[in-house]
Design a protein around this ligand. Sequence first.
Ligand SMILES: [Zn+2]
Length: 195
Amino acid sequence: MDPKIVSYECDKWLPKEPSVLITFDDGYKDNIEYAVPILEQFGVKAMFFVITNNMESHSEDCNNSDASHLFMNWRDLVEIENAGHVLGAHTLSHPKMHEISMQTSQWQMEESIKKVKEHCSNPENPIHFAYPYGFIPQQALDFPKGCLAYGTVKAPPNPWNEVPNNIRRTYVPTGQMNIWSAMAKSWREQWFELQ
Ligand SMILES: [Zn+2]
C-alpha cells in the first residue's frame, strides 16, 4: 500500500476536537440486540468487526439452536450498515496472527474483508480490519487501499493517522461504569498533550 495514500486519507478525516471511536469485535448477536438500539438513542455511530466464518455458519434462522443466537448473521450486518455504522472484518476464524504463517495471515485478512464486502450493501465502502487478540503478524500485511487496521492496548500509543495499520484501542471494562468518566478524562488529557 502506498503510505502517501494512507496519510492523505487519514488527514482528511482527522477530527478537530477530542473524539472517540467506539468499536465492537467478534460479531456477537448482542451487538445488534442491545448495543445498536442504545447507540441509536444517543445518535452515535460505531464500527463492528465480525469473524466471517461465524457469520456464515449462522446466516439462516435456526431458532431451535442456541448457537444461532450467539452471532449476528449477514442480514444483521446489512441492517447495521444501513443504520450508518461502519463494518469491519476480524479474520475468517480468529487465529492468533503472530503464530501462523505470513501467507495464512494475509489470506485470513484478505478473504474476511472480501466476505464482508460481498454481503454489505455498498461495495464502495472501505472495509476495515481488527487483529484478533491484538496480536499482529511478524511482518506487515498488505492491506487494501483505504483499510485501517486496529489492534488493542498491545499496540504502541501512537496517533492513529501515523500508524494506520495498528491503531491502539483500549477496553471499556464491563461492570465498572464508575471508572469510565476517569478514563474519558485521561484520554482527553492525552489528546491535548499530543497537539
Ligand atoms: Zn476478537
